[in-house]
Design a protein around this ligand. Structure first.
Ligand code: C5P
Length: 299
């Protein structure tokens, strides 16, 4: 019986999400530029008689606590690889918006994996952990590594990127959530009959990240899923407009949404934009966070 292990895992925003046509397996090839941001979930793994998941925080009534929770699946996959029983209590302290397009579920999976690997002293290599992450979901490998990375394939094949400075963000949490498969389906519907280009990372965006220049990054932010998210959630247009009017350098939907992300010049302007967004009444909650943030870390 080991001592409880707690792992802290960041949320992400996609500064570029270039989406290709649907593949035969239903997934989409991506050029996905991930940036980890300083909003964190914490996953604590404690020895137990069987596999159990509990959670605390905002909206946790909307996440499953059975074996369909990605954190539980992470524990099961790791245990199966090592021929042991997944006897662990996973407790998730949620601070990342639920079903918001900020990879909260993926963060919990990566956190559970690292926590169990540490608790059980299974000593997996980074490559083995990344392999399990990719099996769990397209965004899970990035939650493990954090920082900034270009993800290709379905987003799971990562190349780390250099970030030259801190970027300051505001996130507006919407009413309700959006299902990622629904947003991709809407993308397919909106692009049906058109020639969807091969997804490619923007050299100007990568240069902006590397230089740490927020104005340059603002000019290059792009999310191919945004029209689909707006089609499913038209009220997000008002949130984006409110953030721009409040002085954000740029506004976009985070991943598949419905959280919206606002890049700002500095921490002071982030707080101003956050106040104005909340006062606009066009969102449920606002969060301020800096990037990049470290990946899953044992605390
Ligand atoms: O990989 P993950 O389980 O997170 O993906 C959830 C859903 O999002 C997939 O079932 C698929 O509908 C969609 N998806 C996609 N292309 C990707 C990643 C996700 O179509 N590259």
């Amino acid at each position: 019986m080991g001592r409880p292990v707690t792992v802290r895992v960041p949320a992400k925003v996609n500064v570029q999400l270039a989406v290709g046509a649907a593949r035969p397996d239903g997934f989409h090839d991506l050029a996905n530029v991930f940036l980890a941001v300083g909003l964190y979930d914490e996953v604590t793994a404690t020895p137990a008689d069987g596999l159990r998941v509990t959670a605390e925080g905002h909206d946790v009534d909307r996440i499953p606590l059975d074996r369909t929770n990605l954190a539980a699946r992470a524990a099961e996959l790791l245990a199966a690889r090592h021929g042991i029983a997944p006897d662990v209590h996973l407790h998730i302290a949620k601070d990342i918006p639920v079903a918001g397009g900020m990879a909260g579920g993926s963060a919990d999976a990566a956190g559970a994996l690292l926590a169990c690997d540490t608790l059980w002293s299974t000593g997996s290599s980074r490559a083995e952990l990344l392999d399990i992450c990719a099996e769990l979901g397209s965004d899970v490998p990035f939650s493990l590594v954090g920082g900034a990375a270009l993800g290709v394939g379905r987003g799971e094949l990562l190349t780390p990127l250099t970030v030259g400075g801190a970027f300051h963000w505001v996130f507006a949490v919407a009413e309700g959530g959006l299902s990622t498969p629904d947003v991709y389906r809407e993308f397919d519907r909106l692009t049906a009959g058109t020639d969807v280009p091969e997804p490619q990372a923007s050299p100007a965006l990568l240069a902006a990240l590397e230089s740490g220049d927020a104005t340059a990054l603002a000019a290059t932010l792009a999310n191919d899923l945004q029209p689909a998210a707006l089609a499913l959630c038209p009220e997000l247009a008002a949130t984006l407009a409110a953030g721009r009017a409040a002085g954000a350098l740029a506004a976009l939907v985070s991943g598949s949404g419905p959280t919206t992300a606002f890049l700002t010049k500095d921490p002071e302007s982030a707080h101003r934009v956050a106040e104005d967004l909340l006062a606009s009444g066009s969102c449920r909650q606002v969060r301020v966070a800096d990037s990049p943030a470290a990946g899953a870390t044992v605390v």
